[in-house]
Design a binder for this molecule. Structure first.
Ligand code: NAD
Length: 345
C-alpha cells in the first residue's frame, strides 16, 4: 500500500515536521469521546497547526456521524485530518476522506490494523457495508508504541485478535499470494508472542512494539486479500446487533476458522507452524487467558438473534473457501453464542 509509515518509540514527535511536509496548516484532530485527552495532547504538540479537536468518533462508523463531521470540518476550514485512537477514530478519518479531498494521518493506539487498509466499513440503517478505495488509505501512519502503553490488556488482546483475524482469513483468501501468506504468518506470530507478554506486563515496551508490528502486518493482509465468512459474520453482528467489534472478532474467529479448516489444508499447515495442530482451540485459549468473553451471549446478544444473524450474513455473502450452508452457519453461531469448543460443522 502506498501510505508512508513511521515506526518507533517517540515517533509522534515528528508529527509537526510531517504536517509541514504535507502542507497541512489547519488540522482537525479526531478521537472518540473517551480519548479526547489524547486528541488534546496532539493538538498541543502541533500548536498553531491544530484548528479543531473533534472528539465524536463512534464504533462501526455510522454515516450520520461522518456527515456531521464533514460539515463541522468544512465550517472550521480545516485542510487535513489527524485520527488518533483505535479503528473507530481511524474509521471516521476514512469516512471523511471518502467525502472530501482532505489528506489524512492515522496514529493508531490499538492493534486492529485499519490504518493501512484502503477499506472503510460504514453503518447505515443497522447494516454495515464495506467499501474499498485508495481514497480512504491514510497518507501517513505514525506507529508509536509509547502511545499504547496504557491500553488495557483486555483491549490489547481483543484488538490483537481482531488483527489476527485479517491474517487468518488472508491465508485462505481466493486472491492470496505468497507474499501475503508470509506476512500473515509473521503477523499471527507477532501477536502470539505479544498478547501473553502484554497481559503479564502492560508496560512491556518490546511487546507493545511487537504488537504494532503485528498490526501493520495483519492490516496489510486485510489490504491485500479478500476476507471471508469470519469478517462477514462479525460485520453482521456488529452492524445489525450493535456488538462490540474487537470482542466479537475474538469470539467468532475460532468458530469461523474451525468451519473453514477442512476446506483449506494449505492454511492449516501454515497456521500449525505458529498456533499448533489445533489453531481454533489455541485462538480461543488466547482470548480466555486474556480474560475476554468467549461467548456471544456474554456480549448481550439474545439467542433469538442467531437465526436472523445467519440470514443477514447469507443474504450478501463474501466469497468463502467452504460453501456456506445455512444450518451449519446456525450451528456455528450457536456454538459461538454458547462459548462452546470450536468444531467444523
Ligand atoms: P476502538 O477504536 O473502538 O477502541 C476500542 C477501545 O479502546 C475504546 O474503548 C477506546 O477508548 C480504547 N482505547 C483506544 N486507545 C486507547 C489508549 N491508548 N489507551 C486506553 N484506551 C484506549 O477499537 P478498535 O477495535 O481498534 O476499532 C474497531 C473499529 O475499527 C470498528 O468499527 C471496525 O469496523 C474498525 N476496523 C476497520 C478496519 C478497516 O480496515 N476498515 C480494520 C479493523 C477495524
Amino acid at each position: 500500500m502506498p501510505g508512508r509509515i513511521i515506526f518507533g518509540s517517540g515517533s509522534i514527535q515528528k508529527l509537526s515536521e510531517e504536517l509541514d511536509g504535507m502542507d497541512i496548516r489547519a488540522a482537525a484532530v479526531l478521537s472518540t469521546p473517551g480519548r479526547k485527552a489524547e486528541a488534546e495532547a496532539v493538538a498541543t504538540l502541533i500548536g498553531l497547526r491544530a484548528r479543531l479537536i473533534y472528539p465524536h468518533a463512534e464504533m462501526h462508523t455510522p454515516v450520520a456521524v461522518s456527515e456531521a463531521a464533514v460539515a463541522a470540518l468544512a465550517k472550521a476550514g480545516v485542510d487535513g485530518v489527524i485520527a488518533i485512537g483505535g479503528g473507530s477514530t481511524i474509521g471516521l478519518g476514512k469516512a471523511i476522506a471518502l467525502r472530501t479531498t482532505l489528506p489524512q494521518i492515522a496514529i493508531p493506539t490499538t492493534y486492529s490494523g485499519s490504518e493501512v487498509t484502503p477499506v472503510v466499513g460504514q453503518t447505515i440503517n443497522g447494516r454495515k457495508a464495506t467499501e474499498r478505495s485508495l481514497r480512504v488509505l491514510p497518507r501517513l501512519v505514525i506507529y508509536d508504541p509509547d502511545l499504547s502503553q496504557n491500553l488495557p490488556a483486555r483491549i490489547s488482546a481483543a484488538s490483537g485478535l481482531n488483527a489476527m483475524a485479517h491474517a487468518v482469513e488472508a491465508l485462505y483468501a481466493e486472491n492470496r499470494s505468497p507474499v501475503i501468506e508470509i506476512m500473515a504468518v509473521e503477523g499471527i506470530a507477532a501477536f502470539f508472542r505479544a498478547i501473553p507478554a502484554i497481559i503479564a506486563d502492560k508496560s512491556d515496551r518490546a511487546a507493545r512494539a511487537d504488537a504494532l508490528y503485528g498490526a501493520w502486518l495483519c492490516g496489510q493482509c486485510l489490504a491485500g486479500a479478500g476476507m471471508a465468512l469470519h469478517h462477514k459474520l462479525c460485520h453482521t453482528l456488529g452492524g445489525s446487533f450493535g456488538l462490540p467489534h474487537a470482542e466479537t472478532h475474538s469470539i467468532v474467529l475460532p468458530h469461523a476458522l474451525a468451519y473453514n479448516l477442512p476446506a483449506v489444508p494449505h492454511a492449516q499447515a501454515r497456521l500449525a507452524t505458529v498456533l499448533g495442530d489445533a489453531p481454533s482451540a489455541t485462538l480461543q485459549n488466547i482470548a480466555r487467558d486474556a480474560g475476554l468473553p468467549v461467548a456471544l451471549r456474554d456480549l448481550g446478544m439474545p439467542q433469538t438473534a442467531i437465526e436472523d444473524a445467519a440470514d443477514i450474513a447469507l443474504a450478501s455473502p463474501y466469497w468463502n473457501p467452504r460453501p456456506l450452508e445455512r444450518n451449519a452457519i446456525v450451528r456455528l453461531l450457536t456454538r459461538a453464542w454458547q462459548g462452546a469448543v470450536p468444531a467444523a460443522a
